[in-house]
Write a protein that binds this ligand. Structure first.
Ligand code: NAP
Length: 495
């Protein structure tokens, strides 16, 4: 099925190139086809679609948003096996969508873009692939994903360690954990899934926690056949179910994690009760009690995390890591912990607010220069002034902390295809959002950001080195989607 890019240098100019074939890129392809735009390619550096769900295969990897909401609204799947599906099932869903919407003629695998240059004279983008091939298009949709490249801190004497080091986002399934001593570094969304999934088989598991997360119960169960049959027969029933899930995340979870509100206080109580129900040891309870406001970092969902930490073969260390040793790790208080395997659950380099590769817009200025300082700036998260015909999916300030990211990306796919349709129909050379429009939008957004829990004093991947949030949208998903319903050419400079 996968096709590999030809090494031809002289490739024809396409109307559109989509970079990336994850959930966003596939959504973009489906939308383009729905708009009758057929002259496009989706360039994917790996050998399959799926993005995050292709790459993350660690034990226990699943989505903590219910599958009926974490799927395309226009392609509902009545057959989800559980409330929160695992990564393999989500990956199969994306593969099926690519197939059903006939995207394989448009997909090119093994094409990693390393640079993009806008040609002012011709009004086209020249995308350089890692093999030197230049792909040319009138418009580009960047769907490269927000959390892609694993981030592994530069641990001292990392190379001294004789055992295996595995990052959650690049799990090595050849590393056998059975009966081994394992150290997991990190207690984020990935760690809290992997820890309960491996604690049974390992001999000893040490969890290195830098800051304690808030963890809410996750009621995950096999979905009954009756429900699947109903959804198959009556798709509107599934739509209703999906809307109910959206309403719950928007009405209850959103206000609780975005703002310091009575709902946040309630959610905090629930998270602490979840911890205390499973953990009896007062010392461990103290370690697991977060010292920051709920919502400041991502609120996590798991019912098996705390019970895993309460096991005899699992311990939680809160003393900071000093270095790796030949046989494990050393903590700053001098204690050594033996390990056969070290799992780094240390998250990702953040792509949302930083260009993943040099992007050179109009006048030879790079995207980073156009942004002029740290953090990404984009009108509605999709368009940057001075970077014509270039559209981001999951660009700056478009991530959610409380609901399905697909609500945002679907809105973006619709908006962007309207923009591209306008570009093509009116035979314009270039459109770029007006600097004033972008600045006004960005300033307003950053002003709202001051009232969110994300800036209440903790350190998280939501914030950049200057403490600014260029990753999340400071409102509800429905508000964002509503704002994206119509592309207005009057907000753009036109060539
Ligand atoms: P993460 O949330 O960034 O967590 C990284 C963990 O590593 C944190 O506990 C962090 O501690 C710790 N850490 C980082 N550097 C460290 C160091 N030098 N020493 C000790 N500890 C260190 O990464 P993630 O768990 O991979 O999740 C990233 C994002 O992916 C999530 O926020 C979420 O958006 C997404 N995700 C989603 C799901 C899902 O179910 N939908 C599942 C997995 C991931 P601090 O907290 O102190 O910084």
């Amino acid at each position: 099925m996968p096709q590999t890019a030809a090494n031809a240098i002289d490739l024809p100019t396409r109307d559109v190139i989509v970079i990336g074939a994850g959930f966003s890129g596939i959504n973009a392809g489906i939308r383009l086809r729905a708009e009758g735009i057929e002259d496009f390619l989706i360039l994917e550096r790996a050998d399959d679609v799926g993005g995050t769900w292709r790459d993350n295969t660690y034990p226990g990897c699943a989505c903590d948003v219910p599958s009926h909401l974490y799927s395309y609204s226009f392609e509902q799947n009545p057959d989800w096996s559980t409330t929160y599906s695992g990564s393999a099932e989500i990956q199969r869903y994306i593969q099926r969508c690519a197939m059903k919407y006939d995207l394989h003629d448009h997909l090119r695998f093994g094409v990693g873009i390393v640079r993009a240059d806008f040609d002012d004279a011709d009004g086209v983008w020249r995308l350089t692939a890692s093999d030197g091939t230049i792909h040319t298009a009138r418009a580009v949709i960047s769907a490269v994903g927000g959390l892609v490249e694993p981030s592994t801190p530069a641990f001292k004497s990392r190379d001294d360690f004789k055992g295996a080091v595995v990052h959650t986002a690049r799990w090595d399934h050849d590393v056998d954990l059975a009966g081994r001593k394992v150290v997991v570094i990190g207690t984020g969304a990935s760690a809290i899934q992997v820890i309960p999934s491996i604690c049974d088989e390992v001999a000893q598991l040490t969890v290195l926690q830098r800051s304690a997360p808030y963890v809410l119960p996750k009621v995950d169960r096999a979905l009954p056949e009756r429900m699947k049959a109903t959804f198959r027969r009556l798709p509107f029933a599934q739509t209703l179910f999906r809307r109910t899930l959206l309403a719950i995340t928007e009405g209850l979870v959103g206000p609780a994690v975005i703002l310091d509100s009575p709902l946040a206080t309630g959610m905090k109580k629930l998270a602490l009760r979840n911890m205390r129900t499973a953990i009896e040891d007062p010392t461990l309870r103290e370690k697991l009690t977060p010292d920051y406001d709920i919502g400041c970092k991502r609120v996590l969902f798991a019912s098996n995390y705390y019970p895993a930490l309460a096991r005899d073969n699992v311990s939680v260390e809160t003393t900071a890591l000093d270095c790796f040793t030949e046989t494990g790790i050393r903590l700053v208080d001098g204690r050594e912990i033996e390990a056969d395997v070290i799992v780094t659950a240390t998250g990702f380099k953040i792509n949302i607010a930083e260009p993943p590769f040099p992007i050179v817009g109009a006048g030879g200025e790079t995207l980073a220069e156009k942004w002029g300082g740290p953090g990404g700036k984009a009108y509605k998260g999709v368009a940057t002034a001075g970077v014509p015909n270039w559209f981001f999916m999951l660009g700056p300030n478009t991530g959610p902390g409380h609901t399905s990211v697909l609500v945002y990306t679907e809105a973006q796919a619709k908006y962007i295809t309207q923009a591209i349709r306008t570009l093509l129909d009116k035979n314009l050379t270039a459109i770029a959002v007006k600097p004033k429009v972008m600045r006004r939008y960005h300033d307003k957004l950053q002003n709202r950001m001051r009232y969110t829990s994300w800036t209440s004093g903790c350190q998280s991947w939501y914030l950049d080195a200057h403490g600014e949030n260029h990753t999340l949208f400071p409102g509800l998903a429905t508000e964002y989607a509503w704002s994206m319903r119509r592309f207005k050419l009057s907000e753009y400079e036109v060539v």
